[in-house]
Design a protein around this ligand. Structure first.
Ligand code: ZN
Ligand code: ZN
Length: 363
């Protein structure tokens, strides 16, 4: 299916989500631009009304924008966001929503200046992010790409296992993952690769360092590739040497929590119920206080996007969402364990798209 088809379909869905009284949108966040029109440049603005869309970008992206967003009206401007007003004015829009997280005060000032004085007050309004909401439910094209990215992640993990040995540095292990990703055509990694060994495994976000892997102890690998614009995300914790009984028992509890989280996933369920399913297992094991983050997040064009799978989230899961389930236990100064899968929410449950084994691997 061509770029134009799915872009057009997504813009129509967005137009349908626009409410009366807010009949125009400004989109500047690069992943949103890619989602809505295929444009992958680092600077641009998409002006939308219910019936029309126009892309504004600067001279660097003239040819790229034509190639990536064929058929979409294009305007080359030195200040793309500031010029977007022209479309809304020609369509007699009454109110324009923008996402305050992605538009600078400078851009809003410039936009205001471009409006006739009668519209300067109240026309531009920070509003709920309709695009982010739309992006939470993946379409068929996106699910295919997320599956491909996740499958590559699983292959890279299997290859990296051969590099995990006492005395190797964390960075060497990360390099194996990253080189393999690039060789397989990935644009890059979806975030800084986490390789956290020994006591460092107790750091939930321990980026790979020059630390040498110990003779015995856990090694946590949390990494993702960026393939055709889509992120993968998975974590496995392996053990060098034979785990002692306390390490084994923490691993078993985290695995039980992770499986309970995955088992709780189904369209219609509140996100907080999934968090609770995982968290309650660790609470019962008296490890609840060491699970210091939320259970998961959406994955797509960005590594962290909606929905949040956390204790207070009452939003309901919907079929087509792609989320992570990643409980962890971190014992400061001792060790940590995290296990993370990416799953596709379906009507009846969850389909794990990172099916690499979760049995404890001893190396
Ligand atoms: Zn992760
Ligand atoms: Zn994650």
């Amino acid at each position: 299916m061509g770029v134009m088809n799915f872009s057009l379909r997504r813009r129509r869905a967005l137009a349908a989500a626009m409410r009366a009284g807010a009949d125009a949108l400004l989109v500047t966040h690069p992943p949103d631009l890619r989602y809505l029109c295929g444009f992958t440049g680092s600077a641009g603005a998409l002006a939308l009304t219910k019936g029309r869309a126009k892309l504004f970008t600067d001279g660097r992206y003239r040819e790229q924008a034509k190639l990536e967003a064929p058929g979409l009206p294009l305007s080359i401007e030195s200040r793309p966001a500031a010029q977007a007003a022209s479309l809304w004015l020609s369509e007699s829009a009454t109110r324009c929503l923008f996402n305050a997280a992605h538009v600078t005060v400078l851009e809003i000032d410039a936009l205001r200046q471009a409006l006739p004085s009668s519209k300067r007050r109240g026309f531009l309004q920070p509003g709920q992010d309709l695009v982010a909401r739309l992006r939470e439910i993946k379409d068929a094209t996106e699910i295919e790409r997320l599956r491909a990215a996740a499958a590559l992640g699983c292959r890279l993990f299997d290859q990296a296992l051969g590099e995990i040995a006492s005395g190797a540095t964390e960075i060497e292990v990360a390099l194996t993952l990253e080189q393999g990703a690039r060789r397989a055509g990935a644009e890059g990694m979806s975030f800084d690769t986490i390789v956290a060994s020994g006591e460092r495994s107790a750091l939930p976000h321990g980026r790979a360092t020059m630390a040498k892997l110990p003779r015995t102890g856990f090694v946590t690998l949390d990494f993702g590739v960026l393939l055709e614009g889509y992120c993968s995300d998975m974590t496995r914790t392996v053990h060098l040497g034979r785990p002692k009984s306390d390490a084994r028992s923490v691993y078993d509890s985290v695995l039980e929590a992770q499986l309970a989280g995955v088992a709780a996933v189904r369209a219609g369920v509140e996100a907080r119920a999934v968090d609770e399913a995982a968290r309650s297992v660790l609470r019962t094991a008296e490890l609840g206080e060491y699970f210091s983050h939320s259970t998961g997040h959406g994955v797509g064009l960005e590594i962290h996007e909606g929905p949040r799978i956390a204790a207070k989230q009452t939003a309901r899961l919907e079929a087509g969402m792609v989320i992570t389930i990643e409980p962890g236990v971190y014992l400061p100064g001792r060790f940590g364990v995290r296990i993370e899968d990416t799953v596709l929410v379906t009507r009846n449950g969850a389909e794990v798209i990172t099916p690499t084994t979760k049995a404890l691997i001893e190396l």
